[in-house]
Design a protein around this ligand. Structure first.
Ligand SMILES: Cc1cc2nc3c(=O)[nH]c(=O)nc-3n(C[C@H](O)[C@H](O)[C@H](O)COP(=O)(O)OP(=O)(O)OC[C@H]3O[C@@H](n4cnc5c(N)ncnc54)[C@H](O)[C@@H]3O)c2cc1C
Length: 287
């Protein structure tokens, strides 16, 4: 189907973009168009104005410092994958993004667009939870930081105001003994996952896990922390017995819906299996 009619604006600055978004109730930001244009074609959204963010320099670029990483909202998946500094600083990011869609989509889709789109089956929202990311947003009332866990409020719904723009994602630096794990299961490479896990934890001198954050995706309306599994692992050595206990707890604490792709029971089992594999990988990296 052809797109509905809309006014198209491409401001040069963030301040102009905010003014445009606040000027009309039907105005919406446009990033790479990878999710929004198909939605418009299906008439699931009919914005009267698209505010294209592509010329705004402040929304671009990756900065890596001792404090952590800042990734501009308009940074594309491909740019993240191609940055060797990110691979070294936060290997979870490229590992997860390799699973996002296909080559063509990764060339245009952006990290900010993915977070704003808030697809519960998407990788990045769960990765943001696992990394304790902060989302920098700007609107007519100024800038604010939103913790990733407060951003996602429902399927394709965030706590952003309609006239707020995601400016950047901030990921705090972890200690050198931080471990990461990522696993997802999809029918074909590049498809949205039937279930997936992103996690991070710190390993102390005795080999025990601390500050563990486990996020599951594609199993609820938003990405979710698996608190029961985390409680089992915190303060313990990640080995076969604690992994088995955590996996059982993870399967037990999720309540996914069944659909044409997978039954609820299958998804519950997948959560345990994905967590087992992600923890095994993380623990193996630690040795
Ligand atoms: C065939 C196909 C397969 C895909 N598979 C996957 C997959 O496996 N995993 C996955 O995670 N994704 C997948 N995607 C989606 C893809 O990752 C997109 O990159 C992502 O959804 C964001 O798209 P975008 O950056 O082009 O944003 P757009 O489509 O331009 O925008 C998406 C939404 O975010 C809003 N928005 C965009 N930028 C901002 C901003 N800075 N501030 C506030 N609001 C903003 C827009 O108004 C819109 O509502 C797939 C897409 C396609 C077409």
């Amino acid at each position: 189907m052809k797109l509905p009619d809309f006014e198209y604006r491409a401001p040069d600055t963030l301040a102009e973009a905010v003014v445009l978004l606040a000027s009309s109730e039907g105005a919406r930001p446009l990033a790479g168009g990878q999710s929004f244009l198909p939605i418009m074609a299906f008439r699931l959204a009919e914005p009267t104005m698209l505010v294209d963010l592509k010329k705004i320099q402040e929304l671009r670029g990756i900065q890596v410092s001792e404090q952590g990483v800042r990734i501009g909202a308009m940074t594309r998946w491909r740019e993240i994958l191609d940055d060797p500094r990110l691979k070294a600083a936060i290997p979870l990011l490229p590992e997860a993004i390799e699973h996002v869609a296909h080559y063509q989509v990764r060339n245009r889709g952006t990290i900010g667009g993915s977070l704003a789109h808030a697809d519960p089956a998407a990788e990045m929202p769960a990765v943001a939870l696992a990394l304790d990311a902060q989302i920098e947003a700007m609107g007519p009332k100024g800038r604010r930081m939103i913790a990733a866990q407060d951003l996602f409020v429902g399927p394709l719904m965030t706590s952003l105001e309609t006239d707020e723009i995601i400016v950047a994602v901030h990921i705090p630096a972890g200690p050198s003994n931080r471990r990461y794990g990522f696993q997802e299961f999809s029918r074909r490479r590049g498809d949205f996952a039937l279930a997936g896990i992103a996690l991070s934890y710190d390993q102390d001198a005795q080999g025990r896990a601390a500050n563990i954050r486990i996020a599951a995706f594609s199993i609820a309306d938003t990405p979710v922390r698996l608190k029961a599994a985390e409680a089992i692992l915190n303060g313990k050595i990640v080995d076969a017995s604690t992994i088995a206990a955590a996996a059982a707890a993870a399967s037990g604490e999720v309540d996914p819906a069944g659909d044409i792709h997978a039954s609820a029971r299958y998804r519950k089992a997948l959560v345990g299996t994905m967590l087992t594999r992600a923890l095994e990988r993380a623990a193996a990296d630690a040795r």
